[in-house]
Design a protein around this ligand. Sequence first.
Ligand code: AMP
Length: 399
Amino acid sequence: MSFAKLGLSQPIVDAISQLGYPKPTSIQNQAIPVILKGEDLIAAAQTGTGKTASFVLPILEKLSQGETQRKKRIRALILVPTRELAVQVEQKVQEYGQHLPLTSLAMYGGVDEKAQKQALIEGVDILVATPGRLLDLYGKRALHFDEVEILVLDEADRMLDMGFIDDINKVLDRLPTDIQNLLFSATLSNKVRDLAKSAVHDPYEISIAANQASKKNIEQWLITVDKDQKSSLLSHMIKTHDWDQALIFIETKHGAAKLAAQLEKRGIVAEAFHSGRSQAVRSQLLADFKAGKIQYMIATGVGARGIDIEGLSRVINYDLPFPADEYVHRIGRTGRADASGEAISFVSKDNFKNLCMIESRLGHLIERREIEGFEPRKPIPVSVLNYVPKSKRQNQEES
Ligand code: AMP
């Protein structure tokens, strides 16, 4: 199936071919016709599957046929969990809509609101926003919702994990009732389904199968190692394999700063990317990392979403993430679309339960390797697939 056959018109098809996308991805093939028809949709799809284009392209198509909006009015609202994702999605809107007269804006907190207010006065067709800043400016009457035609809840599971449920409900209450609602989520957990009950009506459902979570073009493996050896192991791997770039995930801000300092002592320059750094610094780090000026970036969970780095070859889980879905999101940073990538996790004995949960979520074991000189003194037991933590067993039985 080509993009034109999906019902997208020439200006959009031209933009896509300029970007070099060979053909629609699975989620695009399924979602675009449904959205063009005007149906509500709930879709389970991870980042890296091309999900952003699967809603942005049909939204552009639909809005390009309508009339321009009045001041302070928006026609499509895309709600996202993080600032980084807001910037990234809005950038896609611009890229895909480059031959259309439509306007867009990324709106998020942590920066001065003046420029965002001004852009709203001038008119915005597609607004990509985080819930907090959106409600803030709505409360100040900087924008009105009466002309909204389409709502997208992007990465809904992540928004719920971040505690945005009340904000999302407030937004839903204030939107016109007859709009088209689209919900995208990496996972369709019970929490997401509860939200879907109020957010989407009689929706069409698409699921890019959960075991495609382990994308084939990502080589995943893990290194068993003692906890106190992880930092030396990382330096060893960087030096012996001459890695061009790596996004390294770690649990805490403090841990990120400490690891950067340890690497520096061994002559490796790395930057720490976490919520303790200002938005301006984070944006600059991201730009430098994307441009290849920074080789190694050490990020806490906040960095996991919204980082879209063309051709990022390697993600390292210095700490294993929790919950298991977070692993899927993290490895989704690499091998995006058609590129190939590598996801390496450092696993010590105390990570064992977490590892079992991740492997159960993936539906397969992750290949284990040992590195000479770093063999663990505390062995990591054999994995248990279909591992369910005690606290969850009861919930699963109920549902
Ligand atoms: P997403 O899942 O929306 O985060 O997209 C992942 C990456 O895939 C982005 O860098 C897109 O530019 C890229 N992409 C989206 N659709 C396609 C496609 N049909 N062919 C190739 N790359 C794509």
